[in-house]
Design a protein. Structure first.
Length: 266
């Protein structure tokens, strides 16, 4: 069975930066085990699979090389980039995912792709797990938590860049991941994201966690519109807007690869 595949670099305007995702459009869902095997073979941060629903929306699922992911921003951006490239008549796409419901995605006049996420607020963590404290080389000023990750807050961008994670210790915190964040020097805020329990060592750009980070920094900086940089080795730029109960995360994307994969019949 041959399937189309696209590899997209998301939250960037040039290849070899941002976060890489594979996108595999499907006519019908494959067995979970086969989709997981495809994601493991791709060995990218995520592989997105989508199927067109009867109402014209796109049912979407995301797999890391290790497991299915409940919510992935950059692979949603990558999928939208592929669909918009093939459907010039569309200005708005609606994705449907089990964990986060309906996600509207639109093309903006300034050339960005804007995704509408539900806010995923983080709460102060009173009792911080020892593995988290020992797993970060620099002690954070505070630690919050939401349904996706521990949020470690630092005073400066330099602290975030300098943190060295002990990935074995952080992996024991699974299923939660760990994001480190601080005010930015040239951007409103910066972050790095470690997810050894769910996908790999350090995720290059993590759109989903900005559904928590953007409200956090919007409140702290008293700014509803923010520009964020994920300061991984590849780095990525995210435009965030907090409005009511939604977080709008925008970015660019660029195609690196288009091809076919040959997998066992399902």
């Amino acid at each position: 069975m041959k399937l189309p595949i696209y590899q997209i670099d998301a939250f960037t305007d040039k290849v070899f930066s941002g976060n890489y995702a594979a996108v595999v459009p499907l006519e019908r869902w494959l067995p979970d085990s086969l989709m997981q095997s495809i994601a493991a073979e791709n060995n990218l941060s995520e592989t997105a699979f989508f199927v067109v629903a009867a109402d014209g929306a796109f049912d979407i699922r995301w797999f890391s090389p290790l497991t299915e992911i409940a919510f992935c921003g950059h692979a949603t951006l990558a999928s939208a980039h592929v669909i918009f490239g093939q459907r010039e008549d569309l200005d708005v796409i609606e994705f449907v995912a089990r964990a986060v419901g309906r996600l509207a995605v639109r093309r903006t006049q300034d050339g960005l792709i804007e995704m509408s996420f539900p806010q995923r607020h983080s709460e102060t963590l009173v009792e911080i797990p020892r593995n988290l404290i020992d797993g970060l080389s620099i002690q954070p000023e505070a630690v919050l938590i939401n349904q996706q990750a521990y949020v470690a807050i630092y005073a400066t961008e330099q602290d975030v860049r300098a943190v060295v994670p002990d990935l074995d210790l952080l992996a024991a915190l699974g299923p939660l991941d760990v994001v480190v964040t601080a005010p930015g020097d040239a951007h409103d805020f910066v972050s790095r994201y470690f997810w050894p329990a769910n996908g790999g060592d350090e995720d290059p750009v993590t759109g989903s966690i900005h559904a928590a980070l953007a409200p956090l920094w919007a409140e702290r900086l008293n700014k509803p519109e923010l520009v964020a940089m994920q300061v991984s080795r590849r780095s990525g730029l995210l435009h965030c807007r907090v409005q009511d109960d939604r977080v709008y995360v925008s970015g660019q994307a660029v195609q690196y690869l288009e091809g076919m994969i040959d997998v066992p019949d399902a």
